[in-house]
Design a protein around this ligand. Structure first.
Ligand SMILES: C[S@@+](CC[C@H](N)C(=O)[O-])C[C@H]1O[C@@H](n2cnc3c(N)ncnc32)[C@H](O)[C@@H]1O
Length: 229
């Protein structure tokens, strides 16, 4: 499968901002109780179930949070600078450069997949390809956790955290994301919509989804695929 058609611009956009992004957001979960609750629930059901990958992991704060809760999680990101930040900040977690449009994992290889704000640089109409990859790499019963900015805005940034950049961001209508996940055969089991936390993050509404590849359960998966590190 071919890669992300916007890969070059995304890599170029994050190269100058990766260090500032990491500095700004590495402690973000301290101010986001609902995100922690969502990730705690996700950790509870994926811990011990097998390999979990966070795609679009950036500086790795979400993967590190799950790792600290016993999840066998790794991180993948398009940006080498983001992966360098993640590796330096979280040496106990494995990180690699990769593309969510062409994931380097076999069919059914993963018990879980996390995508926190990974789809912000992909228009809603183009989500079919990364979502097909998610469905392909999840084992039967595997669970995806997906977070994104809700709405219909499209934002271009020339400066991010004080650094020059050129990045385009797409917000997504939650019903359209649910439909795109269902179109690749995933079953959306849970949805959390929340208002922004003032003074903590960009003032946009957020949506969090849990989507499962059907035919099986994680407890059955755990029996078939013991935890890998
Ligand atoms: C807004 S950041 C989110 C980072 C982190 N997950 C967080 O919550 O702070 C979006 C990340 O997705 C990555 N990304 C965008 N498109 C990607 C793709 N096709 N494959 C892998 N990573 C991608 C970017 O490099 C960037 O690090």
């Amino acid at each position: 499968m071919s890669g992300d058609p916007r890969a070059g611009g995304i890599r170029d956009g994050y190269a100058p901002v990766a260090a500032a992004y990491a500095e700004e957001l590495s402690g973000e979960l301290a101010g986001k109780p609902l995100d922690r609750a969502f990730l705690d629930a996700y950790a509870e059901v994926t811990r011990g179930a097998g390999r979990v990958v966070e795609i679009g992991c950036g500086p790795g704060q979400i993967a590190a949070y799950l790792h600290a809760r016993g999840v066998a999680v790794e991180g993948l990101d398009l940006s080498p600078e983001m992966i360098a930040e993640a590796s330096a900040r979280h040496p106990g977690v494995g990180f690699c450069v990769g593309d969510m449009f062409a994931l380097p994992y076999g069919d059914g290889a993963l018990a879980g997949l996390v995508a926190f704000y990974a789809i912000v640089h992909t228009p809603t109409a183009d989500l079919a390809r990364p979502f097909a990859e998610i469905a392909r790499v999840l084992a039967p019963g595997g669970l995806a956790a997906i977070a994104f900015h809700a709405g219909d805005a499209q934002v271009h940034l020339d400066v991010m955290f004080g650094q020059p950049t050129a990045l385009d961001f797409w917000f997504h209508a939650p019903d359209a994301v649910v439909a795109a996940l269902e179109a690749v055969g995933l079953v959306v089991e849970a949805r959390l919509d929340r208002a922004p936390y003032p003074d903590v993050e960009h003032a946009s509404r957020r949506t969090y989804l849990l989507a499962r590849r059907p035919e099986g359960t994680l407890s059955r998966l755990s029996t078939l695929h013991p935890t890998q590190s």
